[in-house]
Design a protein around this ligand. Structure first.
Ligand code: GAL
Length: 366
């Protein structure tokens, strides 16, 4: 009997100790860091989810990841759910940069620190930090790749862009235009599918409104189906001098594959160079197979490490380190920026397999 009591009280002490330990590790709320990502429909964000999960495996803080599925309403609901779980830091990649302002303002009111992740939340002062890749450099790398791979003059240039609700779409286009515009002006390229871009071909620095006009014609909305339909429409309308050897600015991998498939089946297209972005697995296979010319590799592991590093510094009471700032229309948001890497058939193995980002067995023909 006595021995039984001793065991029970020992167990009670253990339970008490375990619950104290749990309270310590999870802080005041149920969840310390809330993470909100835009959609599972674009492989880019599934990559981010996986990398967050890998990084969080041995974190002392608790986290929860929610997806907004391309809806600003769902995104706001996700943020409210996380506020109710007691988060201290919110890491959020907005579906729509402007519309997300309301969600982060609600978080800010509760004293939560807001980190904009990959895409900047615009026109609000409720953003504390921004972790991002160098998006202007992404666009510039895409544009430069087309320049480096074009032969002769009057090469037809097909332009495509991301969603106008995404601030990055403007940064990518700005970077691409910066290098392409002089080559349009000197007759190397001839714009094939945008009268708005054609009208602005002598303007080196485009305003946001001017870019909006071009995006209005050539946006894919980050949707491969929309990209495919637009490419089909453009090729149907194109005269013969806009066929032959062509170059295509495609904003990311999902749209690049859709557009490439359309161009590959047009008998009057003799060759095409097409850009991409994100190093999605399906596009790595396309690059190996010669169906997509390049992709811009954004090492998501770095972005995740930076975002979580910031969150932990904040939870520990410190001030995160930043490397510059981005104006979001209302405030300059302190930012940490990461470089990107151009990948094509030549370096695909070194950058993506040998670096441990993907496994060789996930691809054929390496
Ligand atoms: C951008 C992001 C890209 C791309 C795109 C579509 O904002 O920076 O990496 O994937 O969204 O989701």
């Amino acid at each position: 009997m006595k021995k039984g009591w001793r065991i029970i009280s020992l167990m009670l002490v253990m339970v008490l100790f375990a619950s104290m330990l749990a309270a310590c590790t999870s802080g005041a709320g149920e969840v310390n860091v809330g993470i909100v990502l835009p959609t599972k429909d674009e492989p880019r964000w599934v990559q981010d989810e996986q990398r967050f999960k890998d990084a969080l495996a041995d974190s002392k803080y608790t986290t929860e990841i929610l997806f907004s599925q391309g809806s600003s309403a769902k995104e706001k609901e996700n943020v409210e759910t996380l506020i109710n779980k007691g988060i201290d830091v919110l890491i959020i990649c907005p579906h729509d940069g402007d519309a997300a302002a309301a969600a982060v303002e609600a978080a800010k009111k509760e004293g939560i620190t807001v980190i904009s992740y990959d895409r900047l939340i615009t026109n609000t002062d409720a953003v504390d930090y921004y972790v991002t890749f160098d998006s202007v450099a992404v666009g510039a790398a895409q544009g430069q790749y087309l320049i480096d791979n074009a032969n002769g003059s009057n090469v037809p240039l097909y332009l495509y862009a991301g969603a106008a609700s995404d601030n990055n779409a403007f940064l990518f286009f700005e970077g691409a235009w910066k290098v392409l515009q002089p080559k349009i002006a000197d007759g190397t390229f001839k714009i094939a599918n945008s009268s708005e871009a054609e009208a602005l071909k002598d303007t080196a620095d485009l305003t946001r409104d001017q870019m909006s006009k071009i995006l209005g014609q050539v946006t894919t909305n980050w949707d491969p189906n929309e990209a495919k339909n637009k490419a089909q429409t453009h090729l149907t309308a194109a005269s013969n001098d806009l066929k032959g050897e062509v170059v295509i600015l495609a904003p990311n991998d999902g749209t690049a594959r859709a557009i490439a498939d359309v161009f590959a089946t047009d008998g009057d297209i003799t060759s095409y160079t097409v850009t991409g972005q994100d190093a999605e697995k399906a596009s790595i296979q396309y690059v190996i197979d010669g169906k997509q010319s390049m992709t811009v590799f954004k090492d998501v592991r770095t972005l995740v490490t930076d975002a979580m590093g910031m969150a932990v510094t904040i939870l520990d009471g410190g001030t995160p380190e930043t490397t510059g700032s981005y104006n979001n229309g209302v405030v300059d948001v302190n930012a940490k920026q990461t470089d990107v890497i151009v990948v094509n058939q030549e370096n695909v193995k070194a950058e993506l397999i040998d670096s441990g980002y993907y496994e060789a067995g996930e691809f054929t023909g390496l």
